[in-house]
Design a protein around this ligand. Structure first.
Ligand SMILES: *[C@@H]1O[C@H](CO)[C@@H](O)[C@H](O)[C@H]1NC(C)=O
Ligand SMILES: *[C@@H]1O[C@H](CO)[C@@H](O)[C@H](O)[C@H]1NC(C)=O
Ligand SMILES: *[C@@H]1O[C@H](CO)[C@@H](O)[C@H](O)[C@H]1NC(C)=O
Ligand SMILES: *[C@@H]1O[C@H](CO)[C@@H](O)[C@H](O)[C@H]1NC(C)=O
Ligand SMILES: *[C@@H]1O[C@H](CO)[C@@H](O)[C@H](O)[C@H]1NC(C)=O
Length: 625
């Protein structure tokens, strides 16, 4: 590097600009953003490169002190991974990759894996931008994955990084969201239609499932619904826990009014084809540009069941609610009609989870071979061969004991892939997520759902059921082209499970009752988990018009997916006294000469913007981009 400083600076500025959009640099727009704290003081923007497996964060905090951003886990922030930086009163910058060795004490990582792209302080904000690999080779760094991430942010009022409870925030975010709503089409002829419960008096009970049947818009020709948005009434407390919309196959027998979905009148549980699900923490969902929910043709639903789950844990009286779902539809047709396939463990009546379990796995099997059956007087699952389906999105659902879920696909006895998963499930963040790549399911494939629970806080078995304190194990796959199957769920032979646990049972009901007699210890919990996994599964397949079929099968083994290689970083720690910051390995010697001759005011910060860009640029050049 012998060229003159001005030239080098010029080179930098010229080269950085056109690269924007292909790789994330110091000034590229970050597509995603969110406040991390309730008072809107801590603002995070981020974006990522899925191919390169690099994520870029920009944290902006109303402080003149230090700021920190990282990742932690569900249970404790100790061990949490935090990148810390700030600007000293004299304009010098510090920045390093650290981890928490206690509730409040930070230690520098032996390996510095975050790359500083910018650090500035003005009258209001300190702003820090950096990149890091999804998966560095440093055990102190936590991986960024397509699981729910517990994002950890902290700041201080001075430049001594030390966490204090008041200025530390953890927020669950699905960071690697594939599609940004701004990138999707909004048709000009959009029509809005609200599906809502009107003025419902929320009962003074912990859990209420309120159901009502509503007509879809009456349209004379085919339209596509392309977006759903929750419509929540602002109360002092959020009581709406989830909302589901089910399409009705046969509208002739639907009841009127609002009633308990799973109560005395079984008519209120009619219609089981999920069209859209929203749950606490979720946002609106817009379908990909080539997919929509068809309405207006003879084979389309005309009615839906709206199910609103209220959690009134404080048993407040007199709360009226009119929540629901706002749908957007258009006459500009998309290429495909979408469908939803519900998979998992059949909620009633077999599902149980022992108390005091550090970890308990439940399995529900789906065998799609019967999807294909041709019409016969006994079996009319679809009436036609089912075409291969393309899955583009998913929604995972358990209640409070759920810790992780995955859906695994098998063909001809061979595991093909994990279709979707979340190893760090958060009940308070349930949303429809897009797959990075569409997945094809062929008739005959087996689909296995694994749900991972923890019940250390419980003294009695947890049974499957609709209440938040019961459990569920569900995965909804969003796919096209639609067929008539609404759900395909499995459950184990509970009589044989009871027998393995030393209990006699004449039928399933007795088998379930027997679970209350067992003394639950780590050994009996393992034994129950194994017995459930090894028992024969009954698979129940339902169609949109409530035809039910069944088959049997066995739970296949799940081979864990190999993890990709970890990435050595280009980043580095920055000490305030550094003239040439350490760690910018990609650009040795190239940096010192830029010095104070830069056109910016804050010498160090400006220098770092330049250096970050340079090493990032070199990294790209070396990667052949
Ligand atoms: C909501 O909170 C405000 C202020 O805390 C209170 O004045 C109001 O009565 C509350 N409303 C309800 C419906 O509880
Ligand atoms: C719809 O429901 C009505 C009443 O239960 C029943 O008589 C009719 O056969 C059903 N139609 C279809 C197509 O299933
Ligand atoms: C499964 O294997 C059989 C025999 O090897 C083959 O004929 C069939 O096409 C395979 N099925 C799928 C879905 O690949
Ligand atoms: C779904 O069922 C209807 C009748 O109930 C039938 O007309 C239609 O062809 C079926 N769709 C598929 C994809 O099989
Ligand atoms: C499965 O289907 C068979 C035949 O239709 C029926 O006799 C049996 O009761 C069904 N089993 C279950 C568990 O639904």
């Amino acid at each position: 590097m012998a060229c003159a400083p001005p030239f080098r600076l010029l080179l930098l500025m010229v080269l950085v600009a056109p690269s924007q959009g292909t790789r994330l640099g110091p000034t590229s727009r970050l597509r995603y953003s969110r406040f991390l704290d309730p008072s809107n003081v801590v603002f995070l923007s981020w974006d990522f490169d899925l191919e390169a497996e690099i994520i870029t964060f920009e944290l902006q905090v109303r402080t003149a002190g230090w700021v920190g951003l990282g990742v932690t886990n569900r249970y404790t922030i100790v061990g949490g991974d935090l990148v810390v930086g700030g600007v000293l009163p004299d304009g010098h910058v510090y920045f390093s990759d650290r981890h928490l060795v206690g509730e409040d004490t930070l230690q520098e990582d032996g390996s510095q894996d975050a790359e500083l792209l910018g650090l500035t302080e003005d009258a209001v904000y300190t702003t820090m931008r950096f990149s890091r690999p999804f998966r560095s080779c440093d055990p102190h760094d936590q991986d960024i994955t397509s699981d729910t991430m517990r994002v950890l942010a902290a700041y201080g009022l001075d430049d001594t990084p030390r966490l204090d409870r008041e200025r530390t925030f953890v927020k669950s975010i699905f960071l690697l969201q594939i599609v940004h709503p701004d990138e999707l089409d909004t048709p000009e002829d959009t029509i809005i239609h609200d599906l809502e419960i009107t003025d419902f008096l929320v009962p003074e009970e912990d859990t209420t499932y309120a159901c009502t049947f509503l007509p879809l818009p009456i349209v004379r020709k085919k339209h596509h619904i392309y977006k759903f948005e929750p419509k929540l009434v602002n109360h002092n407390e959020t009581m709406v826990h989830h909302i589901l919309v089910y399409a009705c196959g046969n509208a002739s027998a639907l009841p009127t009014g609002i009633s308990d979905c799973y109560g005395a009148d079984p008519a209120f549980s009619l219609c089981s084809q999920v069209v859209v699900g929203w749950a606490v923490g979720g946002m609106s969902y817009q379908f990909p540009d080539d997919v929509g929910v068809s309405i207006g043709t003879p084979s389309d639903p005309q009615w839906i069941r709206l199910e609103v789950h209220y959690s009134n844990f404080r048993n407040l009286p007199g709360v009226r609610d009119s929540s629901g779902i706002r749908m957007y539809y258009t006459a500009k047709l998309r290429k495909y009609d979408m469908g939803v396939l519900q998979l998992g463990f059949l909620t009633f009546p077999i599902h149980f989870i022992p108390p005091g379990a550090e970890s308990f796995l439940s399995y529900g099997l789906c065998k799609t071979e019967r999807f294909e059956e041709m019409p016969s007087p006994l079996s009319q699952m679809n009436g036609a061969p089912v075409p291969d389906i393309q899955v583009y999105g998913y929604l995972l659902h358990t209640h409070l004991a759920g810790r992780a879920l995955q859906a695994v696909q098998y063909r001809n006895g061979t595991q093909l892939r994990t279709i979707c998963k979340d190893d760090s499930y958060d009940f308070n963040l349930q949303e429809t997520r897009d797959l990075p790549r569409r997945v094809e399911i062929k008739p005959g494939d087996e689909l296995l759902i694994e749900c991972h629970y923890q019940t250390l806080d419980r003294d009695f078995p947890t049974f499957g059921g609709p209440s938040t304190t019961n459990e569920m194990c569900l995965v909804f796959l969003f796919y096209y082209p639609r067929n008539n199957i609404s759900s395909c769920m499995g459950y184990p032979d509970i009589i044989s499970v009871a027998r393995e646990l030393g209990e006699e049972a004449a039928d399933s009901m007795e088998g379930m009752m027997a679970m209350n007699n067992i003394e639950w210890t780590p050994e009996s919990i393992r034994k129950a988990e194994k017995a459930c996994k090894e028992a024969q599964q009954t698979v129940i397949i339902k169609t949109i018009d409530e035809t039910v079929e069944n088959t049997t099968g066995w739970i296949p083994e799940i081979t864990p997916m190999p993890r990709g290689p970890c990435l050595e970083s280009w980043g580095g720690k920055v000490e305030p006294q550094d003239e040439t910051p350490a760690g910018f390995r990609a650009a040795p010697g190239a940096l010192s000469a830029v010095g104070t001759a830069t056109p910016w005011r804050l010498p160090m910060a400006a220098l770092l913007f330049g250096q970050g860009a340079f090493s990032w640029l070199l990294a790209n050049l070396q990667a052949g981009v």
